[in-house]
Design a protein around this ligand. Structure first.
Ligand SMILES: [Zn+2]
Length: 243
Protein backbone atom coordinates (compact mmCIF):
# COMPACT_ATOMS: atom_id res chain seq x y z
CA UNK A 1 0.00 0.00 0.00
CA UNK A 2 1.20 3.47 -0.85
CA UNK A 3 1.86 5.62 2.19
CA UNK A 4 0.49 9.07 1.62
CA UNK A 5 1.20 11.51 4.43
CA UNK A 6 -1.46 13.92 3.14
CA UNK A 7 -4.17 11.29 3.55
CA UNK A 8 -2.95 10.32 6.99
CA UNK A 9 -3.00 13.94 8.20
CA UNK A 10 -6.38 14.49 6.60
CA UNK A 11 -7.91 11.43 8.24
CA UNK A 12 -6.52 12.40 11.64
CA UNK A 13 -7.89 15.93 11.18
CA UNK A 14 -11.28 14.50 10.22
CA UNK A 15 -11.24 12.48 13.42
CA UNK A 16 -10.43 15.51 15.57
CA UNK A 17 -12.59 18.14 13.96
CA UNK A 18 -16.18 17.77 12.84
CA UNK A 19 -16.53 17.74 9.07
CA UNK A 20 -18.01 20.63 7.14
CA UNK A 21 -20.65 20.32 4.44
CA UNK A 22 -18.92 20.40 1.07
CA UNK A 23 -21.90 22.25 -0.36
CA UNK A 24 -22.69 25.08 2.07
CA UNK A 25 -20.06 24.84 4.82
CA UNK A 26 -22.46 23.88 7.63
CA UNK A 27 -20.64 22.10 10.47
CA UNK A 28 -21.27 18.48 11.41
CA UNK A 29 -21.59 16.49 8.21
CA UNK A 30 -19.70 15.91 4.98
CA UNK A 31 -22.82 16.94 3.15
CA UNK A 32 -25.90 18.38 4.85
CA UNK A 33 -29.44 17.15 4.17
CA UNK A 34 -30.40 20.26 2.25
CA UNK A 35 -27.47 19.98 -0.14
CA UNK A 36 -28.02 16.24 -0.57
CA UNK A 37 -31.70 16.76 -1.35
CA UNK A 38 -30.87 19.41 -3.91
CA UNK A 39 -28.37 17.18 -5.72
CA UNK A 40 -30.63 14.07 -5.62
CA UNK A 41 -33.46 16.01 -7.22
CA UNK A 42 -31.39 16.79 -10.27
CA UNK A 43 -31.26 13.46 -12.12
CA UNK A 44 -30.67 14.01 -15.82
CA UNK A 45 -31.36 11.55 -18.58
CA UNK A 46 -30.01 11.24 -22.05
CA UNK A 47 -30.35 8.52 -24.63
CA UNK A 48 -27.44 7.34 -26.71
CA UNK A 49 -27.55 5.14 -29.76
CA UNK A 50 -24.40 3.12 -30.06
CA UNK A 51 -24.09 0.72 -33.00
CA UNK A 52 -27.87 0.54 -33.24
CA UNK A 53 -28.07 -0.46 -29.59
CA UNK A 54 -29.99 2.00 -27.53
CA UNK A 55 -28.58 2.79 -24.13
CA UNK A 56 -30.59 4.38 -21.42
CA UNK A 57 -28.11 6.56 -19.56
CA UNK A 58 -28.58 8.70 -16.49
CA UNK A 59 -26.44 11.00 -14.41
CA UNK A 60 -26.94 13.19 -11.38
CA UNK A 61 -24.65 16.13 -11.92
CA UNK A 62 -21.64 17.53 -13.69
CA UNK A 63 -18.09 16.73 -12.83
CA UNK A 64 -17.17 20.38 -12.24
CA UNK A 65 -19.96 20.82 -9.70
CA UNK A 66 -20.09 19.91 -6.02
CA UNK A 67 -20.93 16.24 -6.62
CA UNK A 68 -17.89 15.85 -8.86
CA UNK A 69 -15.68 17.45 -6.23
CA UNK A 70 -16.99 15.10 -3.56
CA UNK A 71 -16.33 12.05 -5.72
CA UNK A 72 -12.79 13.19 -6.43
CA UNK A 73 -12.17 13.73 -2.73
CA UNK A 74 -13.63 10.33 -1.78
CA UNK A 75 -11.68 8.59 -4.51
CA UNK A 76 -8.29 10.25 -4.59
CA UNK A 77 -8.00 11.14 -0.92
CA UNK A 78 -9.74 7.98 0.31
CA UNK A 79 -12.27 9.88 2.44
CA UNK A 80 -14.58 7.06 3.42
CA UNK A 81 -17.03 9.37 5.18
CA UNK A 82 -18.03 10.71 1.78
CA UNK A 83 -18.86 7.29 0.33
CA UNK A 84 -22.11 6.95 2.27
CA UNK A 85 -23.10 10.52 1.38
CA UNK A 86 -22.61 9.80 -2.32
CA UNK A 87 -24.52 6.51 -2.02
CA UNK A 88 -27.42 8.28 -0.32
CA UNK A 89 -27.61 10.88 -3.10
CA UNK A 90 -27.62 8.17 -5.78
CA UNK A 91 -30.14 6.07 -3.87
CA UNK A 92 -32.52 9.00 -3.43
CA UNK A 93 -31.98 10.22 -6.97
CA UNK A 94 -32.62 6.96 -8.75
CA UNK A 95 -33.66 3.97 -6.63
CA UNK A 96 -35.88 5.40 -3.92
CA UNK A 97 -38.89 5.99 -6.16
CA UNK A 98 -39.08 2.34 -7.13
CA UNK A 99 -42.12 0.39 -5.99
CA UNK A 100 -42.10 -2.24 -3.28
CA UNK A 101 -43.24 -4.65 -6.00
CA UNK A 102 -39.89 -4.07 -7.68
CA UNK A 103 -38.22 -5.69 -4.71
CA UNK A 104 -35.78 -8.37 -5.80
CA UNK A 105 -36.04 -7.27 -9.43
CA UNK A 106 -33.28 -4.69 -9.41
CA UNK A 107 -29.57 -5.33 -9.39
CA UNK A 108 -26.75 -2.85 -9.19
CA UNK A 109 -23.48 -3.69 -10.92
CA UNK A 110 -20.46 -1.62 -9.89
CA UNK A 111 -18.03 -0.82 -12.68
CA UNK A 112 -14.89 -2.76 -11.76
CA UNK A 113 -12.06 -0.46 -10.70
CA UNK A 114 -8.49 -0.78 -11.93
CA UNK A 115 -6.85 -3.14 -9.41
CA UNK A 116 -3.77 -0.99 -9.01
CA UNK A 117 -5.98 1.97 -8.06
CA UNK A 118 -7.83 -0.16 -5.52
CA UNK A 119 -4.52 -1.06 -3.90
CA UNK A 120 -3.29 2.54 -3.88
CA UNK A 121 -6.51 3.88 -2.37
CA UNK A 122 -6.99 0.81 -0.15
CA UNK A 123 -10.62 0.78 -1.21
CA UNK A 124 -12.81 0.13 -4.24
CA UNK A 125 -15.01 3.22 -4.12
CA UNK A 126 -17.60 1.99 -6.67
CA UNK A 127 -18.00 -1.34 -4.91
CA UNK A 128 -18.47 0.47 -1.59
CA UNK A 129 -21.02 2.87 -3.07
CA UNK A 130 -23.00 -0.03 -4.62
CA UNK A 131 -22.84 -1.92 -1.34
CA UNK A 132 -24.16 1.10 0.55
CA UNK A 133 -27.02 1.52 -1.95
CA UNK A 134 -27.95 -2.13 -1.37
CA UNK A 135 -27.99 -1.47 2.36
CA UNK A 136 -30.10 1.69 2.04
CA UNK A 137 -32.66 -0.18 -0.08
CA UNK A 138 -33.30 -2.84 2.57
CA UNK A 139 -32.74 -5.57 0.02
CA UNK A 140 -34.86 -4.05 -2.76
CA UNK A 141 -31.65 -3.58 -4.74
CA UNK A 142 -29.02 -6.33 -4.79
CA UNK A 143 -25.39 -5.73 -5.62
CA UNK A 144 -24.04 -8.29 -8.08
CA UNK A 145 -20.59 -8.10 -9.60
CA UNK A 146 -21.56 -9.27 -13.09
CA UNK A 147 -18.40 -7.67 -14.44
CA UNK A 148 -14.83 -8.10 -13.31
CA UNK A 149 -11.63 -6.41 -14.33
CA UNK A 150 -9.83 -8.05 -17.22
CA UNK A 151 -6.93 -5.75 -17.95
CA UNK A 152 -5.63 -2.83 -15.96
CA UNK A 153 -4.86 -0.15 -18.46
CA UNK A 154 -4.87 3.51 -17.57
CA UNK A 155 -6.94 5.67 -19.90
CA UNK A 156 -6.18 9.12 -18.52
CA UNK A 157 -5.24 11.41 -21.36
CA UNK A 158 -5.57 8.73 -24.02
CA UNK A 159 -7.16 9.59 -27.35
CA UNK A 160 -10.74 8.52 -28.06
CA UNK A 161 -9.85 5.51 -30.25
CA UNK A 162 -7.29 4.31 -27.73
CA UNK A 163 -9.73 4.79 -24.87
CA UNK A 164 -12.34 2.70 -26.66
CA UNK A 165 -9.89 -0.11 -27.22
CA UNK A 166 -8.71 0.01 -23.61
CA UNK A 167 -12.29 0.16 -22.35
CA UNK A 168 -13.22 -2.88 -24.40
CA UNK A 169 -10.38 -4.89 -22.91
CA UNK A 170 -10.75 -3.53 -19.38
CA UNK A 171 -13.74 -5.56 -18.20
CA UNK A 172 -15.19 -9.02 -18.77
CA UNK A 173 -18.13 -11.07 -17.54
CA UNK A 174 -17.75 -12.61 -14.12
CA UNK A 175 -17.63 -16.41 -14.69
CA UNK A 176 -19.56 -16.91 -11.44
CA UNK A 177 -22.75 -15.67 -13.11
CA UNK A 178 -22.48 -17.46 -16.45
CA UNK A 179 -24.25 -20.51 -17.84
CA UNK A 180 -22.62 -23.20 -19.99
CA UNK A 181 -23.01 -21.01 -23.09
CA UNK A 182 -21.23 -18.08 -21.55
CA UNK A 183 -24.42 -16.05 -21.09
CA UNK A 184 -25.46 -14.49 -17.80
CA UNK A 185 -27.82 -16.91 -16.03
CA UNK A 186 -31.50 -15.97 -16.37
CA UNK A 187 -31.88 -15.42 -12.67
CA UNK A 188 -29.83 -12.23 -13.12
CA UNK A 189 -30.07 -11.33 -16.81
CA UNK A 190 -33.83 -10.84 -16.51
CA UNK A 191 -33.56 -8.24 -13.77
CA UNK A 192 -33.51 -4.47 -14.12
CA UNK A 193 -29.74 -4.08 -14.29
CA UNK A 194 -28.14 -0.79 -13.27
CA UNK A 195 -24.49 -0.50 -14.18
CA UNK A 196 -22.97 2.26 -12.08
CA UNK A 197 -19.79 4.28 -12.43
CA UNK A 198 -18.59 7.56 -11.00
CA UNK A 199 -17.74 9.66 -14.04
CA UNK A 200 -18.86 9.75 -17.67
CA UNK A 201 -16.08 11.36 -19.67
CA UNK A 202 -16.31 10.11 -23.24
CA UNK A 203 -18.57 7.26 -22.17
CA UNK A 204 -16.12 4.70 -23.53
CA UNK A 205 -15.98 2.60 -20.35
CA UNK A 206 -19.72 2.56 -19.79
CA UNK A 207 -20.68 1.90 -23.39
CA UNK A 208 -18.23 -0.96 -23.80
CA UNK A 209 -19.29 -2.52 -20.50
CA UNK A 210 -22.93 -1.98 -21.47
CA UNK A 211 -22.38 -3.81 -24.74
CA UNK A 212 -20.81 -6.75 -22.93
CA UNK A 213 -23.86 -7.01 -20.68
CA UNK A 214 -26.34 -6.68 -23.56
CA UNK A 215 -24.50 -9.31 -25.58
CA UNK A 216 -24.78 -11.63 -22.57
CA UNK A 217 -28.61 -11.34 -22.58
CA UNK A 218 -29.25 -8.39 -20.28
CA UNK A 219 -32.27 -6.62 -21.79
CA UNK A 220 -33.32 -4.10 -19.20
CA UNK A 221 -30.16 -2.07 -18.69
CA UNK A 222 -29.50 1.41 -17.37
CA UNK A 223 -26.08 3.03 -17.46
CA UNK A 224 -25.97 5.25 -14.41
CA UNK A 225 -23.01 7.56 -13.93
CA UNK A 226 -22.94 9.78 -10.90
CA UNK A 227 -21.41 12.71 -12.79
CA UNK A 228 -20.66 13.66 -16.34
CA UNK A 229 -17.96 15.79 -17.93
CA UNK A 230 -19.08 18.69 -20.04
CA UNK A 231 -17.17 17.31 -23.03
CA UNK A 232 -18.42 18.90 -26.22
CA UNK A 233 -16.75 17.10 -29.03
CA UNK A 234 -17.11 13.52 -27.91
CA UNK A 235 -18.42 11.42 -30.80
CA UNK A 236 -20.36 9.25 -28.39
CA UNK A 237 -22.44 12.16 -27.17
CA UNK A 238 -24.14 13.30 -30.34
CA UNK A 239 -27.58 11.89 -29.71
CA UNK A 240 -30.13 13.30 -27.34
CA UNK A 241 -27.58 15.34 -25.50
CA UNK A 242 -28.88 18.43 -23.78
CA UNK A 243 -26.72 21.26 -22.58
ZN1 LIG B 1 -24.91 21.90 2.85
Amino acid sequence: MKFDIKNVVKNIANGLFPPRCRGCGAIGEYLCDRCKKYISGNMKTHAITENAKMFDTKYLGYRDEILGEIIEEAKYESVRGLISEIAEIVYNGYFKGMQASDSGKIIIVPMPTNRQHVRERSMDHMDLIAQEIERLSYGKVQKKRLLVRAKDTVQVGAKEAVRRKQAKEAVKLNPRFLDSEGMIVKEWSEKHVVLIDDVWTTGASMLEAGKILKDANVKDLVLLTITKSRARRSPTLRHGEIY
